[in-house]
Design a protein around this ligand. Structure first.
Ligand code: FE2
Ligand code: FE2
Length: 144
């Protein structure tokens, strides 16, 4: 599915963050493939764990980076990260309740997250980072 194929325009050019984003694309691709072949059931518990770990590790990295570059919309961005973590908690509840729509709901959630968060909110962080870099370069030039 093309949506879960990593594209260079998703890159923030921050190696650790980009690697983590790629991992989420990969998770979406694996879930999609499992759904298509009717084999998603056995993978769901491990996938929810993977998303929880992603939230814990990746958001910490990204939020640290946003603080370093003094990203002005950091609070709103962190609220989006919190919504991801809350959604993963709901996936745990749905799995425990035997919700048969869980795999499809997870797939739709990942699709939306890749487009709306990584493809939009995270890109705004990149744009700010580029502005900061350009400003730094200009001030270095002025001082030499
Ligand atoms: Fe991100
Ligand atoms: Fe983010």
């Amino acid at each position: 599915m093309p949506l879960f194929d990593w594209r260079p325009d998703y890159a923030l050019d921050i190696p650790r963050v980009d690697d983590e984003h790629r991992m989420l694309f990969s998770a979406g691709g694996r879930l999609h493939k499992a759904l298509v072949t009717g084999k998603s059931g056995p993978m769901l518990d491990a996938l929810i764990d993977e998303l929880a770990e992603y939230g814990r590790v990746h958001f910490a990295h990204e939020e640290q980076f946003m603080a370093e570059i003094r990203y002005p919309r950091m609070l709103a961005h962190k609220i989006e990260h919190q919504s991801f973590i809350h959604q993963v908690d709901r996936f745990y509840e749905a799995a425990a309740a035997g919700d048969r729509t869980l795999a499809l709901n997870m797939l739709q959630f990942l699709e939306r997250w890749l487009v709306r968060h990584i493809g939009s909110s995270d890109q705004r962080v990149r744009n700010h980072w580029r502005t900061v870099q350009a400003g730094t370069a200009a001030s270095v030039e002025r001082n030499t």
